[in-house]
Write a protein that binds this ligand. Structure first.
Ligand code: ZN
Length: 65
């Protein structure tokens, strides 16, 4: 099982300062229909991002504008 910090790093493709616990997202992967995990994290002190990552493929998304 991937940790919240590791999942956030996969989404961000970079290290993150802090990550909340992983949740099961209430959505399916748009690419493969797989289960999606959700994690809130802070890539920097001033920013909080919610990210999503598919468990079955490389798809990921964030709530950044
Ligand atoms: Zn997928």
């Amino acid at each position: 099982m991937v940790t919240a910090g590791k999942l956030a790093e996969l989404i961000e493709d970079d290290s993150v300062m802090e990550a909340e616990s992983i949740e099961e997202a209430d959505r399916e992967c748009p690419d493969c229909g797989g289960d999606v995990l959700k994690v809130g994290y802070m890539p920097s002190v001033t920013e909080f991002v919610t990210g999503w990552k598919c468990q079955d493929c490389d798809w990921s998304d964030t709530d950044r504008e």
